[in-house]
Design a protein around this ligand. Structure first.
Ligand code: UDX
Length: 451
């Protein structure tokens, strides 16, 4: 058995590239696997520059690229378009790329491709060439299990076959006895408000079934029900947890502002409200304003990640960040992108105001911080159910415009809840212990890839 050589093929957006990059980093650094990481041309230059200066690109990890077919004048935020053009453009080019990579590395040819969601077509290409395939799912196992249950839900007459909306008789969806009952609006396809994604995922999940494994950054303790629904799911989490002290690979694409760590050093223990909404969410200007003024109302320091483009509009200078005139921000620190894992593990952090993206969820749980959940789309609503109702390590906002006074009230409520704080610490201990199980499963996966 030689060294496994993985070709990683993420859907070309940050929310998929970041976690897959981090996973590949673990495979190369901790397990001696060889990685070829396929980026779209769009991200390649930036990634290449950052990877070589950080030392991430090495003999064990190489970056390659293909075009995603999106016209430079087209709107890249139109995911429906990007999904289609990526597939139609890359599908014909991938066999040649694999041939070239193998030609350069005759003794260590690609043994397995690892794709993320929307890139299932690449599994078929790989299988045609006799190469194994696996899925790295960049969200919760429950979200994956619900996509996997779509056909069953349709056959049982629970959801409509064309748009995924619930049929009248069914008020709640209960995928299995050990999964929480969910309002249909918490299904990951529901809030996308677009039948395209529902129909796309109906097909995509079948394509993804060609993968031997569905790797999820989760643990059997966190989501036991999801694992029982979809036997292909292999919990390999909590992943990347030991990277809190080393340079994080998520910084390859967005530069982390480390000055917030020095600022945190100057704050009282458990005093800072950390606010971050991941790499994709955009906030409407009126909600952005309420949030800014809500943070001003707090009697607490805050660290707020205001990513370029988070409020979806530019001001007259071409800059992002439309702070209202009344906003002081004097008690806070604002950064464009934070070293989030280090931040969450800093003793000054009191709570995490989060959009409940899965990576943030796992990182917050691993750090033992209480959550104030503010989900926007997709699987985030489901993750909120886990945080608030299953693990009981946070409270949340309901849908709609959240006013500044409510932000203040909920932060105070959260910080005053000793029960939540105790449960956070208990869950953290359990999830740290789960690392052994994740490690065992990861070894099983690597051994399979070697065969
Ligand atoms: C996307 C979807 O939005 C989410 O619903 C799904 O669960 C995963 O894919 P994203 O929005 O980026 O993800 O959120 P999340 O999964 O939380 O990932 C964000 C990542 O960026 C985390 O690993 C976090 O540590 C990192 N991050 C975030 C930083 O490093 N710095 C920051 O300032 C903010």
């Amino acid at each position: 058995m030689g060294i496994p050589h993985f070709l990683a093929i993420p859907y070309p957006i940050l929310g998929h590239m970041n976690p897959l990059l981090q996973f590949c980093h673990v495979l190369a650094k901790n397990h001696g696997c060889k990685i070829t990481f396929l980026s779209s041309d769009e991200h390649f230059k930036k990634l290449k520059k950052a990877a070589s200066s950080s030392g991430m690109e090495s003999e064990m990890m190489r970056l390659v690229s293909l075009p995603d077919g999106v016209d430079p004048n087209d709107d890249r935020s139109d995911q429906g378009k990007v999904i289609l053009t990526t597939r139609t453009t890359m599908v014909d080019m991938l066999p040649k790329l694999i041939e070239d990579v193998n030609g350069m590395d005759c003794d260590n040819k690609i043994t397995c491709v690892i794709v993320t969601k929307n890139m299932g077509w690449a599994l078929q290409v790989a299988l045609n060439l006799g190469i194994k395939g696996a899925l790295f799912w960049p969200a919760s196992a429950t979200a994956l299990a619900s996509f996997d249950s779509m056909q069953t839900l349709i056959h049982q007459g629970i959801i409509d076959s064309q748009n995924g909306l619930p049929t009248k008789e069914h008020k709640e969806i209960h995928l299995s006895s050990n999964l929480p009952k969910m309002d249909p609006s918490a299904m990951p396809w529901y809030c996308l408000d677009n039948t395209f994604f529902f129909l796309h995922m109906k097909q995509e999940i079948q394509t993804l079934n060609q993968a031997q494994w569905w790797l999820c950054n989760t643990t059997s303790h966190l989501e036991p029900g999801a694992l029982s629904i979809s036997p292909k799911v292999l919990p390999i989490g909590p992943l990347m947890a030991d990277q809190t002290t080393s340079s994080s690979s998520s910084s390859l694409i967005l530069k982390e502002d480390e000055t917030c760590l020095e600022w945190l050093d100057q704050q009282q223990p458990r005093s800072v409200v950390y606010v971050s909404f991941g790499s994709m969410v955009s906030i409407k200007p009126n909600q952005f304003k309420e949030l800014a003024l809500g943070l001003d109302l707090l009697n607490k320091p805050f660290l707020w990640v205001v990513r370029n483009g988070i409020n979806g509009c530019k001001n007259n200078n071409g800059n992002y960040g439309l702070y209202p005139d009344e906003f002081h921000g004097s008690k806070g620190k604002i950064v464009n992108w934070a070293p989030q894992k280090k931040v969450l593990n800093h003793p000054a952090i009191a709570c995490f105001v989060s959009h409940c993206g899965w990576n943030s969820t796992i990182e917050g749980v691993y750090s033992g911080v209480p959550f104030l959940c503010w989900p926007f789309v997709s699987d985030q609503l489901m993750n909120k159910i886990y945080i608030c109702d299953v693990w009981k390590v946070g409270i949340g906002f309901e849908k709609g415009l959240i006013l500044r006074e409510e932000i203040k009230k909920k932060v105070e409520m959260l910080l005053g809840d000793e029960g939540i704080n105790e449960r956070c610490l208990r869950l953290k201990e359990i999830v740290i212990k789960n690392k052994q199980e994740g490690q065992k499963n990861l070894n099983e996966f690597i051994n399979w890839a070697k065969e």
